[in-house]
Design a protein around this ligand. Structure first.
Ligand code: PMP
Length: 325
């Protein structure tokens, strides 16, 4: 028998998909890890599982306990699946500008959802800070704290990085992805650099995020704004700290939208905006490296979460974006 143990056993070991059109166009191997195939539908299942198992091992989370998190959606979805499977209560504090699909899904999964007005990280009413206070007040509760809990990064060091190395037979020239908590980029970068220090690690950043300038000139400076969800940040999290990043690329919303529709129409992949940012950056990186290189990135989550936004031409026009014909 070839079986996995429960829903958590099905997390990870996602396929690495070769994108035929983008590879042909660039002359490089453009490979994208299908993280949307995780049970919760995103890359964040890996961090959610690692955070819960770390808390269980340390004794902070016990039977019947509560998991509280401030999340823009996907981490909450991952946590809610695992909490259901393991009998924990799940409380999610989420900025109220996130897609309605995500809020509905969290409720269907049994999470208690607290939408709050979006506030900058410096504000005490920022959703992450509200989650931290809530967890401190509730007996038997842990705060998942995905941004600064390095169990998140460790998940990618132990799983995502080794899977990329294994599935490319070590022939990977560059890895590029956008960051929310930074856990994915940091964990994968650490693993790949250990195996081969020449692997190029590149951060892909949407507009409105401060990390592009931080990588290039050491200054946290944000310009513009973005419709993307789950990525972009104003600070260097504990997960991101100390990561060897070779360069950064910035992608605007129109380029992202064009790529997301291209992925659907040419490659048959229905994915969200962070995947669009990732593939735009992968194509630019491939052009910089020249033909014959292997560039790896991620398809982070499914397009269905954004049906009423990214895949709604009227909504795109409202945001000043041109829906692809
Ligand atoms: N893409 C999506 C859709 C996400 O939800 C997230 C996490 N919020 C990321 C990318 C970024 O992953 P990480 O937190 O590991 O940087």
């Amino acid at each position: 028998m070839n079986v996995c143990e429960g829903v958590t056993g099905a997390i990870g070991n996602t396929p690495l998909i070769r994108l035929a059109r983008l590879s042909a166009e660039s002359g490089c191997e453009i490979l994208a890890k299908a993280e949307f195939l995780n049970p919760g539908g995103s890359v964040k299942d890996r961090a959610a599982l690692a955070i819960i198992e770390d808390a269980e091992r340390s004794g902070r989370l016990r039977g019947g306990g509560t998991v509280v998190e401030g999340t823009a959606g996907n981490t909450g979805i991952g946590l809610a699946h695992i909490c259901a499977a393991r009998g924990y209560r799940c409380i999610i504090v989420i900025p109220d500008n996130q897609s309605a699909e995500k809020l509905d899904l969290l409720r269907h999964l049994g999470a208690e959802v607290h939408p709050v007005p979006p506030k900058p990280y410096s504000d005490p009413h920022n959703y992450q800070k509200i989650a931290g206070r809530l967890a401190a007040e509730l007996p038997g509760a842990i705060w998942a704290n995905q941004f600064d809990n390095t169990a998140n990064r460790d998940a990618h060091y132990r799983t995502t990085g080794p899977e990329i190395w294994r599935d490319t037979d070590g022939r990977v020239d560059a890895f590029v992805c956008a960051t929310g908590t930074g856990g994915t980029l940091a964990g994968v970068a650490r693993y790949l650099k250990e195996r081969n220090p020449a692997v190029r690690i590149v951060l892909a950043d949407p507009m409105g995020s401060a990390l592009y300038h931080w990588v290039l000139d050491g200054e946290l400076l944000a310009e513009g704004s973005s419709i993307t969800e789950g990525i972009g940040t104003s600070r260097v999290t504990a997960n991101l700290k100390g990561t060897q990043i070779d360069s950064a690329l910035r992608v605007d919303d129109q380029q992202c939208v064009d790529m997301v529709y291209r992925l659907l129409r040419e490659e048959g992949l229905f994915v969200g905006s962070s995947s669009g940012i990732n593939l735009c950056a992968a194509m630019r990186l491939a052009a910089d490296l020249g033909p014959g290189h292997t560039v790896v990135t991620l398809l982070c989550d499914r397009g269905g979460l954004y049906a009423r936004r990214l895949f709604n031409p009227a909504w795109l026009r409202e945001k000043g974006l041109t829906p692809p014909a």
